[in-house]
Design a protein around this ligand. Sequence first.
Ligand code: NAD
Length: 333
Amino acid sequence: MSVKVVVNGYGTIGKRVADAAALQSDMEVLGVAKTRPNFEARMALEKGYPLYVLAGREPDFEAAGMEVSGTVEDMLEIGDVVVDCTPNKIAAPNKALYDAAGIKAMWQGGEDHELAGISFNAHSNYDEAFGCDYARVVSCNTTGLSRVLSTLDAEFGVEKVRATLCRRSADPGDIKKGPINAIVPELKMPSHHGPDVKTVLPGIDIDTVAIKVPTTLMHLHIVNMDLKEACTSEDVLEALDENSRIRIIGEGMASTAEVMELARDMNRPRSDMWENCIWEESVSVSDCELYLFQAIHQESDVIPENIDCIRAMTEIESDAVRSITMTNKAMGL
Ligand code: NAD
């Protein structure tokens, strides 16, 4: 059986989710929804995704010579699950549309936990989303932190986490956001990211602070935590290396620019780096206190998580490890 996936909002996250779902042997992409007949809409059609549009916008697409398969409401009638990838805060009111169509719905990290009631990360809480009607795949930062914390908590126990998030100011294709020449501290201390991690891992004691930096490539996390069990840096590296969505990096890689260069060298689609990239040299433990640096590719680390969330919600795979393995294999991760 193939799960019928539809994607509402075909931007940075939506186009990646559609491509990743199309690669899975147990999923098919029946449609993607666009608001404007731009180059991304043209690419969606060229990739073979039927295009659905906001009601009333059909003439704009037809004038641009783009075939429209129907409205967003029509698209919702033919799917088993809709992955909402519309911008922050636009997505929440869509719930009424999804309920009217009786379709399972997933949102992204820009929405509040309360909208879906379940915040998802495959390695942390796959079972919680099994068979549910709504879920939220947490943000790129929360995904990156959850992967590390669920892995280390299972192995050594995590007592307390303090993380500093150096956040990219905009995605590479975004010409509207900044800063382009400043560092902007988030003055609310601690930042909202710590509580967001707790929506996935409620037992983790974590505080975060954040700054925005003038880069588009990746986020960088400076992570410090107290572990419950005594261990060495080598033990931590071994545990992290076991997680298929964590990549240990080194060999002269000194910056996020080189991490992106690696993704390009690997011929990854859109130079995506789906894994957390943790600098081997940075992993240091002293008296149960661990430090590490990790780079997070904001545009893509949530994509494999979206695929696993579809499997959990639609009950086509009950086992997290099997789903993660399938997703990774199909995507080439
Ligand atoms: P985006 O702006 O790149 O894409 C959003 C798309 O939705 C655009 O194509 C836009 O035209 C379309 N859209 C707008 N209104 C719509 C509507 N009413 N119906 C259908 N489509 C509509 O945004 P994004 O970066 O892909 O973000 C989507 C979600 O993913 C947000 O919740 C965001 O917080 C989250 N997220 C983003 C990133 C990132 O780094 N970009 C990372 C993780 C999670």
